[in-house]
Design a protein around this ligand. Structure first.
Ligand SMILES: *Cc1c(COP(=O)(O)O)cnc(C)c1O
Length: 403
């Protein structure tokens, strides 16, 4: 008994320390994680949990994947940071491999997802002025209501979420917000000054919102007809999460600009990228844009192995197959508080008719880690290395909580 009390204090002490010294810009569940392996994480008491969030899809390859870990350690012994003042031997290899994976001409490497989105915005605007002849300082980018693209001042300027924007003005102009999934609204929003349409193929933070079938294809066609760049933010939807390597592959289309992050590094290191045609990324000349850490050899080596793991372990196929199974099992669960269950691949939103937070806390107490999004949605997005048996283990607990 005494030992248990002392251990409970341990978690409590970390929580109190964090609440005292760390800014309160998150409201985490009260589990203090100390280590992790694959789909499992362990708290400071040694209690085991199944991770059903996967760090917002940054650890699709599973926590502490041994091969990525080996690469991280090996590369850290060689060289970690050169800055782009010099070249390194890992950056060209990663860029070529991303080209081979996607068919996109060129790659610009950054660190966080938000930085990659900012980079795409800069490229689109300059492309609009130089290649489309848009009058100076009047380029417009069309975005969707409910979007999530990151947290910089410019990105929150076009968020439709009041709390993301409030008090952070003056905000950046040049964005037009239209409803998500509505091709007619896009047609009407495009003007001669529109340089780009920026969209997530499936809105993750908004609660796993799938657009109507054919929407992305129609949007891509509208963009092509009007010389507007079709920019896909696949930071969360990419790398197998939806059951294909990238979500756009469901509609047989090709974006003009592809924005990547999160699982690009398997969760070891912040690595993001913007992929586009030479005509678009070519707007950057030496000195026009950059990042001290962007494209560093440690990041590139880690990302190369993270990509190889996704392909060799066939994690997209696994996501498609097990995602279908999980979705069916969840739909079979009859619960008076479940309004809708939707998703693609191992990326599922369970929309409740009540607040989701207490259910996430209850799941945590049973050993399943989920996080609510937008108050009423439980997002289920485990690492893609999860097995059917582990899904069944989680389902027992999810059924118990939701019934
Ligand atoms: C997470 C995310 C971002 C921002 O990435 P950060 O690395 O947190 O800056 C942008 N877009 C989407 C769709 C995301 O899910």
């Amino acid at each position: 008994m005494a030992a248990i009390e002392e251990q409970i204090l341990k978690t409590q002490e970390f929580i109190e320390m964090e609440d005292r010294y760390a800014a309160h810009n998150y409201k985490p569940l009260d589990v203090v994680i100390e280590r992790a392996q694959g789909v499992w994480v362990y708290d400071v008491e040694g209690v085991q949990y199944l991770d059903c969030l996967a760090a917002y899809s940054a650890v699709n390859q599973g926590h502490c994947h041994p091969r990525i870990l080996d690469t991280l350690v090996e590369q850290a012994h060689k060289v970690t940071l050169t800055s782009r003042a010099f070249r390194n031997d890992q950056l060209p290899m990663l860029c070529q491999e991303l080209h081979e994976l996607t068919g996109m001409d060129m790659v610009l490497l950054m660190n966080s997802g938000a930085e990659a989105v900012e980079t795409a915005i800069k490229a689109a605007r300059r492309w609009g002025y130089r290649n489309k002849g848009i009058p100076d300082n009047s380029a417009e980018i069309v975005v969707c209501a409910g979007n999530f693209h990151g947290r910089t001042v410019t990105i929150v300027s076009f968020s439709s979420e009041a709390s993301y924007r409030s008090g952070f003005g003056p905000l950046t102009p040049g964005f037009r917000i239209i409803p998500f999934g509505d091709a007619q609204a896009l047609r009407e929003a495009i003007t001669a000054n529109t340089c780009a349409f920026l969209v997530e193929p499936i809105q993750g933070e908004a609660g796993i919102i799938l657009p109507p079938d054919g929407y992305l294809r129609e949007a891509a066609n509208l963009c092509k007809q009007n010389r507007v760049l079709f920019m896909l933010d696949e930071i969360q939807s990419g790398f197998g999460r939806t059951g294909k390597m990238f979500a756009y592959m469901y509609e047989g289309i090709q974006p003009d600009v592809l924005i990547l992050g999160k699982a690009l590094s398997g969760g070891f290191y912040p690595v993001s990228a913007v992929l586009a045609a030479e005509e678009i990324l070519g707007v950057f000349q030496p000195g026009d844009h950059g990042s001290t850490f962007g494209g560093n050899p440690l990041a590139c080596a880690v990302a190369r192995t993270a990509l190889r793991v996704l392909q060799e372990e066939k994690l997209s196929e696994r996501s498609a197959e097990l995602g279908k199974y999980l979705l069916e099992e969840l739909r079979a669960l009859r619960s008076p508080i479940v309004k809708e269950i939707r998703g693609r691949g191992l990326w599922i939103g369970v929309e409740l008719s009540v607040k989701a937070r207490p259910y996430c806390e209850e799941l945590k107490n049973l050993g399943v880690l989920c996080k609510e999004t937008h108050d009423t949605v439980i997002r289920i997005a485990p690492p893609l290395v999860i097995t059917r048996e582990e899904i069944d283990w989680a389902l027992v607990r999810i059924r118990k909580v939701l019934r």
